[in-house]
Design a protein. Sequence first.
Length: 108
Amino acid sequence: MGAGAMLQDDNATPHRARVVQDVLQRQQIVRMNWPARSPDLAPIEHLWDIIGRRVRDNHPPPADVDQLFRFLQQEWTAIPQQMLQNHVNSMRSRIGECLAARGGHTRY
């Protein structure tokens, strides 16, 4: 990364820490303007939810971080490509609903 790179994050408090700001500035990384607490505009958040539920439903509690990582990888690779594409394709509707709700709650 570096000059010309752009970062989109979820505006979580740790992402706003001074140390993060300093690194982004030193690396000349521009942060996108993005609404705070907006998982409806981030399909990856929905995919993480799906993966989390699949890990919970299909695996025993992980014994350690390595096993958790393996479970997450297994479930990520098991998600059909069409499901991923459907989430991406839903962005136009998501943005439209967010605008109509003036940034308020949407069905997503």
